[in-house]
Design a binder for this molecule. Structure first.
Ligand SMILES: Nc1nc2c(ncn2[C@@H]2O[C@H](COP(=O)(O)OP(=O)(O)OP(=O)(O)O)[C@@H](O)[C@H]2O)c(=O)[nH]1
Length: 591
């Protein structure tokens, strides 16, 4: 076997928590490749680094390996810190063919990394977990650039078991997220088990293993996805929309199929109609050896997938990160423009008539956010890509329902004028770069607002109460009647009307006293003296009678429909008993 000319380079993304070592790993992959000298030198792309197969084979020190591999190398997307990698899309699903999830072996998975794992699962992207910073394990003897097992076998038993324990913790965490995993050298079937590769980006230990396992995954699981047609019109995904000095707005794209040439007409998605424009220049980084040159970039006349390249063209303002970019001809321009339009609209239009407003940095991340919100049954009125703008605030201000006068932004910032505007409105803004934190924050806020609203209602309505006149406790017969009562459920306040067990109003509570002190309300369990305006004891009311607070129908409805969840068990019991009495005569009372 040898490299198959019909297969393109697999695209690999690296994801992980801040400071767990993404940059160091990529530097190590790049740096050691450079140090390997001429054979298969790495190529720097825009937003990506290509490591050719020769280079990887050299690193592993076994030239015979070369015949085993049929992919031309690996293309690492290397703009770390760009959280959206996980959600970048291509026609077939995820843009990245493979992923490395890096985790600090001493710290374990962080929320954002767990979110990345969920997205990888959804897209069925093959990946490895790289357990970084093994050199930090107490007593670790570093062996620069050795493969993992070679360096592991040189460690003391205590260090080995320390590492094994840490790996088991990671494996346990992965299990909880729904992945079976094992240390990579113990995995027999990479389709069923995720390989965990211990490495040190600082010392280079285990790096060769990472490259080999990725190649293995590519060979085994991706062959079908990697077939491409070099003569086809180029198709890619926008990584970033960037202002460049002297060039204006440019697109950094990953081209994953076909060829793209200077002068080609392309279509790219935007918030409005897709942009149709003509490529003024295709740009790649200058090689390191020409670092003294004035310009950062050099022009190329064409590139073929898979490649990272910068496109300079007119009218690119408003292009969307994450959007498709496609080369078109006069025959295909209309159809492809429509396709791109509907691809973007799919994400944006699938919204409800009422709901919250959401923003995200790319189409893919917007889609991920929409998915998670739908799972929680949170309605979305409007979803689009970009920072929170003044216009967003103005639109949301017009929404009357305070629970939906809300903007939730994932991986975006608020523009300065919008920030100013926000201060003078009741619009609630949530920003975060972890989706589930955003959702939790929104849910917590809604809960708190509901509690406040319920409290407001409950302070203004007549709550239910059931009480009994105690025997031998008539202090005054009438005008007002004064009797000793025990509150059985709920609450009785001064001023409320009271009814008998037939629902007939028998009087009004004039005053309440406990141990000689006036009180304004009596709750369950309390025994108090009650002055009742209206009845005479022995006629309308008698000792041992059960009486009720006369809850107005409107209040009863509010309790049943709006604040039921916030009422106590005994209040509910009193309400139910009162409703039962009222509904004896009228089944629709307070319905
Ligand atoms: N001891 C040790 N330190 C490491 C290793 N890998 C990374 N570091 C250190 O950890 C810190 C963070 O590493 P980075 O590579 O910048 O982490 P990152 O994930 O790219 O961080 P962001 O770019 O901020 O997301 C740096 O100080 C590195 O020197 C390792 O294997 N061993």
């Amino acid at each position: 076997m040898a490299v198959n000319e019909n297969l393109r380079t697999p695209i690999v993304s690296v994801m992980g928590h801040v400071d767990h070592g993404k940059t160091s790993l990529l530097d190590r992959i790049r740096g050691s490749a450079v140090a390997d000298g001429e054979a298969g030198a790495i190529t720097q792309h825009i937003g990506a680094t290509e490591v050719p197969i020769d280079n990887i084979v050299n690193k592993c020190g076994d030239p015979s390996l070369k015949d085993k591999f049929i992919v031309p190398g690996l293309l690492f997307i290397d703009t770390p810190g760009h959280h959206a990698f996980t959600s970048l899309r291509s026609r077939g699903g995820a843009l990245a063919d493979l992923a490395i999830v890096i985790v600090d072996v001493n710290e374990g998975f962080m929320p954002q990394t767990i979110e990345s794992l969920h997205i990888l699962k959804r897209f069925k992207t093959p990946f490895v977990v790289v357990a970084n910073k093994i050199d930090r394990i107490h007593g670790w003897e570093a062996n620069k650039n050795l493969p993992f097992l070679a360096t592991y076998n040189k460690q003391s038993e205590r260090v080995k078991s320390d590492l094994d324990n840490k790996l088991y913790e990671l494996i346990g965490e992965l299990y909880n997220i729904g992945f079976n995993s094992e240390r990579y050298d113990r995995v027999n079937d990479f389709q069923r088990n995720i390989g965990v590769i211990p490495i040190s980006a600082a010392t280079g230990e285990g790096i060769a293993d990472v490259l080999m396992i990725l190649l293995g995954l590519a060979q085994r699981f991706l062959e079908g996805n990697l077939h491409y047609d070099a003569t086809a019109p180029g198709t890619g995904t926008v990584l970033e929309v960037k202002e460049e000095k002297g060039l204006g707005t440019t697109l950094d794209i990953i081209l994953y199929d076909g060829t793209i040439k200077k002068g080609d007409t392309i279509v790219v998605g935007s918030l409005g109609d897709p942009i149709q424009t003509k490529i003024r220049a295709l740009l790649k980084p200058r090689p390191l050896s020409e670092i003294k040159a004035e310009e950062k970039f050099q022009q190329v006349s064409e590139v073929t997938a898979a490649v990272g390249v910068k496109i300079s063209a007119p009218n690119l303002e408003g292009a969307l990160a994450g959007s498709p970019v496609r080369v078109v001809s006069t025959d295909t321009i209309d159809a492809i423009t429509e396709e791109i339009k509907s691809e973007i609209a799919d994400v944006q239009i699938d919204t409800d008539t009422i709901g919250i407003t959401i923003k995200a940095d790319t189409i893919g991340s917007l889609e991920a956010l929409v998915n998670e919100l739908k799972k929680e049954d949170i309605p979305i009125r409007k979803a689009n890509v970009g920072d929170v703008s003044n216009r967003d605030i103005v639109e949301v201000t017009a929404i009357e329902d305070p629970f939906f006068s809300v903007i939730v932004g994932f991986n975006v910032k608020i523009l300065p004028d919008a920030k100013e505007k926000l201060q003078s409105t009741d619009v609630k803004l949530f920003l975060n770069d972890v989706i589930y934190r955003l959702i939790d924050d929104y849910k917590d806020w809604v809960k708190k607002q509901k509690e406040l609203a319920e409290k407001e209602i409950s302070d203004t309505i007549t709550k239910p109460g059931r009480f009994q006149i105690m025997p031998d406790c008539t202090f005054r017969q009438s005008k007002p009647a004064v009797v000793g009562v025990k509150i059985i459920a709920g609450v009785v306040k001064t001023g409320v009307d009271i009814t008998n067990a037939d629902g007939e109003v028998v009087g009004k509570v004039k005053g309440l006293q406990m141990r000689g002190e006036n009180i304004s309300e009596a709750k369950i369990g309390m025994e108090v003296a009650m002055g009742i305006e209206g009845p005479t004891v022995g006629r309308q009311i008698k000792e041992e009678d059960t009486l009720f607070v006369n809850v107005p129908e409107r209040h009863a409805k509010k309790m049943e429909h709006e604040i039921y969840d916030s009422m106590t068990a005994d209040e509910l019991e009193a309400l139910d008993a009162f409703l039962a009495i009222k509904r004896r005569g009228n089944p629709f009372w307070a319905k």
